[in-house]
Design a protein around this ligand. Structure first.
Ligand code: BES
Ligand code: ZN
Ligand code: ZN
Length: 466
């Protein structure tokens, strides 16, 4: 999560008079904009058939043949994400943004930085060309770099295959984070989870030769309001004995995406020294098959004292989160937020790029809608629809981990399950999301992705900054 030289090298902080300007041109402005150019420049654009359509990029040269101006098409609407493509297309050099609104420059710079991301742990691929974006001196470059580093970290954690990102590896990552911020970090591991009363985390994780962990990071002044982040850390989700099909299992290294988000958000909170007492709880397990694995039809205990009939071992995330949420709530925090790649149903309802959040607090709901818009980091509410609560009824236990009555509304039913372990739902936000880009877009390569991270940091900054 450190700001690396690779990130810094994408930007130029010192003002440089001969930086090559980038003009972002809307189709409707094309004619008036062309009028301001020299004949030589217009000819070059004509020769390249520049129409100012989205995705077009033309480098104009001076009479010596040196790059002198960059023209990019914006189509009907300006989109800062396009800078994620420029950083890969432009030759080495220092560039600056022309005629871009001040408050958009941060986002263009963010997209520029995110577009340069490469997951290089196993494949040494060539780096980006060496194009640098010059930042205006008033831009908070430290905040920018920290944000880019946090998102790179989320992507790296998710993209790393399960074999190298098991519970103990997540614990190492959390300890490294704690060290950087002088936070404490401990874990309850393996059979100790039973003695410390995390029976659901143990039940889900016991089938794997990789010990389940309950990771617990704490930071900040105990007089400040308590903020607790919980992340689903299923390092691999085979589905358990209710084994997934190959296609569904293929991307399940990402099932610790919630944990990655909780850690990265914690990094942002601590880097910006928000006045909170922060706690991060990560139940980390592998949902594996073996003769030790928990079974469909088993009744397991939870930290809250509720018994749960296992209708499906593939609905494992809610079980481990139940224990973590019980512990989180025992301290009566001001706010608790959980992040989880919880259901396929959420993806079916919203598609892969739009996270869903649930909360029992209408003010938080409207605030998050507003912050999602202002931070350009989308998310949308789903309801904690109480009439479905009885779907979780079980004949032999306090509740079932799946709906016993309907195959529909799976994301809501999962959220209602979690809600059974949260007494005060007005202080709780639950995120269900995919944490994965299915298709490459500028600034957003295929693979692990931070979603709603910027949104939630903006919200927390607004809520807690004095
Ligand atoms: N990790 C999956 C959910 C998931 C699937 C997230 C695909 C993103 C993409 C979760 O553990 C799961 O398997 N959920 C089941 C629950 C069902 C058995 C009630 C699901 O959604 O099918
Ligand atoms: Zn599952
Ligand atoms: Zn899962």
């Amino acid at each position: 999560m450190l700001v690396t030289d690779d990130i810094k090298s994408l930007f130029q902080l010192r003002p440089q008079a001969d930086a090559i300007p980038i003009d972002v041109v809307l189709t409707e402005q094309l004619e008036s904009w062309l009028d301001k150019l020299t004949v030589f420049q217009r000819r070059q654009l004509q020769a390249q058939n520049f129409r100012a359509e989205s995705g077009e990029l033309v480098v104009l040269v001076d009479i010596n043949g040196h790059a002198a101006h960059v023209c990019v098409g914006a189509g009907k609407q300006e989109d800062f994400w396009s800078a994620g493509a420029w950083v890969r297309q432009l030759p080495a050099g220092v560039y600056c943004l022309n005629h871009v609104q001040q408050d958009f420059i941060f986002h263009y710079a963010l997209a520029w930085g995110l577009g340069a991301y490469i997951f290089s742990r196993y494949k040494k691929s060539s780096k980006v060309s060496g194009a640098k974006l010059m930042l205006p001196c008033q831009l908070d470059y430290k905040a920018l770099f920290t944000l880019i580093a946090s998102i790179y970290w989320v992507r790296d954690l998710i993209n790393t295959p399960a074999e190298d990102m098991m519970p103990q590896h997540l614990f190492t990552e959390a300890k490294t984070l704690a060290k950087q911020h002088k936070a404490s970090c401990k874990a309850i591991v393996g059979d100790k989870l039973l003695g410390k009363n995390y029976p659901a985390v143990h039940a889900v994780g016991r089938g794997s030769h990789q010990s389940p962990h309950l990771i617990d990071l704490q930071w900040g002044n105990s007089n400040h309001p308590k903020l607790t982040l919980v992340g689903k850390g299923v390092c691999y989700d085979t589905g358990g004995l209710n084994l997934k099909l190959g296609t569904g299992m293929l991307t399940m290294k990402k099932d610790m995406g919630g944990a990655a988000h909780a850690l990265a958000l914690a990094h942002l909170v601590m880097s910006h020294k928000l006045p909170v007492r922060l706690r991060v709880l990560i139940p980390a397990v592998e949902n594996a098959i073996s003769d030790h694995a928990y079974r469909p039809g088993d009744v397991i205990q939870t930290r809250a004292g509720l018994s749960v009939e296992v209708g499906n071992t593939d609905a494992e995330g809610r079980l481990i989160l139940a224990d973590a949420l019980t512990e989180a709530e025992s301290e009566d925090p001001d706010l608790m937020i959980d992040f989880a790649t919880l259901t396929g149903a959420q993806r079916i309802a919203f598609g892969g790029s739009l996270p869903a959040f649930f909360t029992g607090n209408d003010k938080i709901m409207t605030d998050l809608i507003r912050y999602a818009s202002s931070s350009h980091d989308p998310a949308w509410p789903m309801p904690l629809f109480q009439p479905y609560d009885h779907y979780l009824d079980s004949h032999i236990a306090d509740l079932s981990n799946i709906s016993t009555k309907s195959a529909h509304g799976g994301a809501i039913v999962a959220a209602l399950f979690l809600g059974r372990f949260v007494q005060d739902k007005t202080r709780w936000i639950h995120f269900d999301f995919s944490a994965w880009n299915e298709q490459a877009l500028p600034g957003r390569p295929v693979g692990g992705e931070a979603m709603a991270l910027r949104l939630m940091f903006a919200y927390l900054e607004g809520r807690y900054s004095s």
